[in-house]
Structure formats: structure tokens, C-alpha cells
Design a protein around this ligand. Sequence first.
Ligand SMILES: C[S@@+](CC[C@H](N)C(=O)[O-])C[C@H]1O[C@@H](n2cnc3c(N)ncnc32)[C@H](O)[C@@H]1O
Length: 244
Amino acid sequence: MSDVHDELDGSPILEEVLGDALDKLKVFHVKLATEGEPRGLIGPRDVGIIWERHILNSAAIVPFVREATSKRQFKTVADIGSGGGFPGIVAAACLPDHRFTLVEPMERRVEWLHECVDEMGLENVSIVRSRADAVIAAVRGSKGGRKGRGAEPVDLDGNPIHVTHPFAVVTCRAVAPMTKLSGWTLPLLDKGGRLVALKGRSAQDEIVKAAKEISENGGIHPRVVDAEVGPGLESTHVLMVDKR
Ligand SMILES: C[S@@+](CC[C@H](N)C(=O)[O-])C[C@H]1O[C@@H](n2cnc3c(N)ncnc32)[C@H](O)[C@@H]1O
């Protein structure tokens, strides 16, 4: 427990929704409550509502990720623009049998993500300090071999990006509108993979506006579903697109 009171501290909803991940996520919650605001990872008005606004909200994607990988041998997930760890850190704690790659360009956020992974004891997370485009280049290189494809893609520190396969799932929250996000996420997906994006109320409009970009990047069946955050809590919106 931190000194900061959260309206869901001690609520049975946490155990019900987060199950076995709760102990690890309590460590994350304390860290966010004490360091999140001064380090610029959450807003000042979020401090007493971190469980609902950030942790349970991120966990709302978990059933959709699980469903998307249920028939796949390699349960790999790329979280683009992870920031303070939403939804990537939360989903990784909830899905220990999935392998997560968190992609985030900002150095201070990447430092934070490494600290979270260490302090929470997460063993299924890699962190790449990069924008999505360099990871896309790594995935494209891995599919056809590097021959004739130019220099090996590197992260923002100049290190090679060790991504050897397209991903089963790509997740993200609050990174960009679908017109941009389509090109940043869909090329990372394996055939039959799925984008699972947490979105606001404009999700359906975004799909309409980005029809061309979704299709050009191999996306099919764009749709928005209501996702439960927890009993008695307001649901959220998840935008999903399958990869042809
Ligand atoms: C508004 S923040 C959202 C952070 C987190 N997903 C959340 O929901 O709190 C957007 C994040 O996307 C990252 N970002 C911006 N452009 C990106 C790109 N081209 N590729 C990957 N991440 C990017 C930013 O550094 C930032 O951390």
C-alpha cells in the first residue's frame, strides 16, 4: 500500500478481474501512485483512480488477446507506444504464457518500463526503445532475410532490434488516430493476427475515416466492441482489426 488513497483499494473487484496477476499489479499500483505523477506518466487528477482508469482499463483487452491467440502456437504480443505501461505491462502480468514486446521511443518512459518489469518480476517482457517504423522494418527483414534489404534496423540507441517474427497480436492505447495507427500496427501482424486497440468514444468514426489505410495495410473486419472493465464500472471501447 502507498500513502495515496485509491477509490478501489481493497475492493473485491480487483481480485475478481485481475486474479493471479493482482499481487504483481499491486506492486505496479504502488509505484504508479508514488512516482507516476512526478515522472509525468499519469496526470495529477488520475492519482486516486489509478486502478480503474489505468490498470483495470488496460486489463479490459485481456480476454480479446486471449481469444486472438487461443489457436496459435506462438502467443506473441507487441504493445506500441507503451508509455507508463498501458496496456502492455498490465496485460503481460495477466497473461504470463504470452510473450510481450513493449515498443516506446521516449528514454525516460523506457527506463520506467524496465524498472516496472524488474520490480514486478515479469519474465515475459522485452522492451525496445524505438518508434513503430523501425520494428516494422525488423519484421519485414525477418520475413525475407536481410539480403538486399539495406542496413539492419536499430533502436534509438543504435542497437539491433531483435524481432524475428511478425506478432500474433498488436495492442495499444492512446497512441494515434486509426489513419496513422493502421500503418504503425497492421504491418507488424502475422497473417490472421489481430490489432486490439483501446479507444475512446470516437472509435467507430475512426474506422470510417481510416477505411483506406486499414485496407492498404492488410486489415480486414474492423469493428468496435464494448469491453467490460469490472462489475459496476463503466465499460470501455476496443477497436479490433484482423490481418488478411
Ligand atoms: C499518449 S501516450 C500513451 C501511453 C500509453 N499507451 C497510455 O495509454 O497511457 C502515447 C505514447 O506513444 C509513444 N509514441 C509516439 N509515437 C510513436 C511511434 N511512432 N511508435 C511508437 N510509440 C510512439 C509516445 O512516446 C507515448 O509514450
